[in-house]
Write a protein of this length. Sequence first.
Length: 331
Amino acid sequence: MVKKYLLTATLAAFVFSGCEYKPKAVGRAREVYIFTDHKDEIGFDISLSMERQILTPQPGVEFFLEYRRGYEVTEHLRRHSLLIAGYEQDSAIRFMKNLYSALTCNDSFNLYTFKDLWAEGQTVMVFVAEDSLWMRVGLSAVRSNLHSGFKNMLLERMEGVTYGGGDDRKLTGEIEKYGFKLRIPEKWYLDERYAEDNFIWVHSYAPDRLVFIYWEDEEREDITRESILNLRDSLAHRFYEGDSLYRPLTTAGPYFFRGYQAVRIEGVWQNDSLVSDGRVITGGGPMIGFAFNAEGRFWMIDAMLFYPETPRKKIFWLNQLEVILATFEPV
């Protein structure tokens, strides 16, 4: 019975006919409009799901939440990200039921996902609960679903931005000789000076972004949090002029990357030996990486950013790096 209540309904709904014109979605990609008459009831769980802090090293939230009353939903139908939450008798939920009659709480709660409902590039999620108890239980159960739904939309949009100028097909093809594919945007560059040590990287400027790929010709048995953090530090120290992870602002844990069981690292790198105008300075910035076994090899792929601007801008570029990492594929 418990499993029944934890079931989340995810639907791709096409309310309009395929030939009907839809405008482009509008607004900031990381802004989520929330339409509800129950902000006090849902605010805590929504915040845990969507306002996760990204350490850059100054913390910044992953999504910006804009709460509106339920009846205001019809005034914002072209937004990129909409979340409608409430009970079946609420005006916003009734509005959705007029479009999709099968929408129901099913005596507990349900979460629905609609893609490109009123605009291209749009994600609309609808959470409907039977009563206040199921509102609390349900939102706690679907936190990860809410986050992944809007995060996927964000990365899809960022993919268009990242590769909007085209791919560097020559460079993408050139690195396949190392046994993997990686989709490289235009105006990125390859550094192969440590290729004999199974370590290469691609990078770009303005701002400084770098993706490295390290591999071992056999799979590793020891892929634990501490071993991976130590390995990452040793590689960076060896190839990055003494970089290291700032452990108090770094997390690592299990993750599924492209179907492979992996360790995901997310946090802050630092280097206190950088020199500028004859002065020693401490530099740092956000990073994200994955370590896993695949196709008989061990892989570590890692992306880092140096951009001394506001956290909001850092997170934009960090999202781009995550998009590039997601194109990695062992050959």
